[in-house]
Design a protein around this ligand. Structure first.
Ligand code: SF4
Length: 349
């Protein structure tokens, strides 16, 4: 794509603004590609303030790509616990093993090899290459999409304009400062060009911005219609014996893969929940139980659905059962989703 007449001014104004206003973030105090990669993965779908303590703990526990590659999944998930989107942690671990075992422990410095790693998409690869290796490679995340759509008044459907926005992002990168420029775009999107009420009067690009000059910057980019999120109900059993409780580990792949939880099942029909739970425990765990008083109903929102989990204490009548029996006090040592952690905490108190 040919540069726009305003390209040079966009670059100069944005870099000057970034120099004065950039956020002081822990991953900006290093050029270590591993640390930058970890931060970029954590920042996908998660706010900066939430990420900071997790980033620090993760780097303290796994300071190098080789130390991560040598860790087991449970330990990585435990450090990640609470950050959500656990497939990110599993992909990081898998990718670190590929780097340690096949790439001499070095994070690739080219787009093709980076994109071959699990969990590394075009955005993450662009961020690593531009920030850690100073390569002129573009980025495009939600913030950058919004800034560019407004700057150039692009109003097509986000899916249709995606490729065009990538080429725009690439065409704007100034020679010699790709990392600073890409980070400046991200910061402008999160600090000034916010989804609602952009602070155009403080924006270094206002005189160049077609969205601002049109008087309706918020009408860019076109918003996709929010789909209704389904609500799922499930039932869980807290089965205790001699100070121990029964937990199961989820299969390694799929939603919350590798995390531990109390045995639970989706409710298809809301009829006699205790009887349904008793039957499921018998059929799938091999235990005859009496379902007693409820421990509570717990709610959690995931990216594609909302969950309400009804939890009951169950008393064993007969059988051995399959799963892992652990002392209740040791529940905190096992990686769990937020909702299961809340149930465990209620049990502990
Ligand atoms: S002028 Fe306003 S709409 Fe345009 S880039 Fe700046 S903050 Fe965003």
């Amino acid at each position: 794509m040919k540069p726009f007449p305003t390209t040079k001014r966009v670059q100069t104004n944005l870099l000057r603004w970034f120099k004065k206003n950039k956020r002081d973030l822990p991953w900006r105090r290093t050029r270590d590609p591993y640390a930058i990669w970890v931060s970029e993965v954590m920042l996908q779908q998660t706010q900066v303030a939430t990420v900071i303590p997790y980033y620090e703990k993760f780097l303290k526990t796994f300071p190098t790509v080789r130390s991560l590659a040598g860790a087991n999944l449970s330990k990585v998930l435990k450090v990640w616990e609470g950050l959500g989107y656990y497939s990110r942690a599993k992909n990081l671990l898998q990718a670190s093993r590929i780097i340690a075992n096949h790439l001499k422990g070095k994070i690739p410095e080219n787009l093709k090899d980076l994109l071959g790693l699990p969990g590394v998409g075009r955005y993450t690869a662009g961020a690593i290459l531009s920030i850690a290796f100073n390569r002129e490679v573009p980025i495009l995340d939600g913030n950058v999409k919004r800034v560019l759509s407004r700057l150039f008044a692009i109003s097509g459907h986000p899916k249709k304009t995606e490729e065009y926005l990538w080429s725009l992002s690439e065409s704007l990168i100034p020679k010699g400062s790709p990392g600073a420029f890409n980070q400046a775009l991200m910061d402008l999107g999160s600090m000034i060009c916010t989804p609602k009420n952009p602070n155009c009067l403080s924006c270094p690009l206002k005189n160049l911005c077609k969205g601002y000059l049109s008087g309706k910057p918020e009408s860019y980019p076109l918003r996709s219609v929010n789909k209704k999120v389904p609500h799922i109900e499930a039932i869980a059993a807290v089965i205790q014996k001699d100070g121990k409780v029964l937990i199961h580990q989820r299969p390694p792949h799929g939603l919350l893969g590798g995390l531990w939880e109390f045995p639970n099942w989706r409710i298809e029909r809301k009829k006699d929940l205790k009887e349904y739970l008793r039957q499921m425990v018998k059929r799938q765990i091999g235990l005859i139980v009496k379902c007693k008083e409820p421990l509570g109903s717990f709610k959690q929102t995931y990216s594609h659905f909302k969950l309400t989990l009804h939890v009951y204490h169950c008393q064993i009548v007969d059988g051995i059962g399959n799963g892992k029996w652990i002392p209740i006090k040791k529940l905190k040592l096992f990686p769990m989703s937020k909702i299961t952690r809340r149930i465990s905490e209620k049990l502990l108190h």
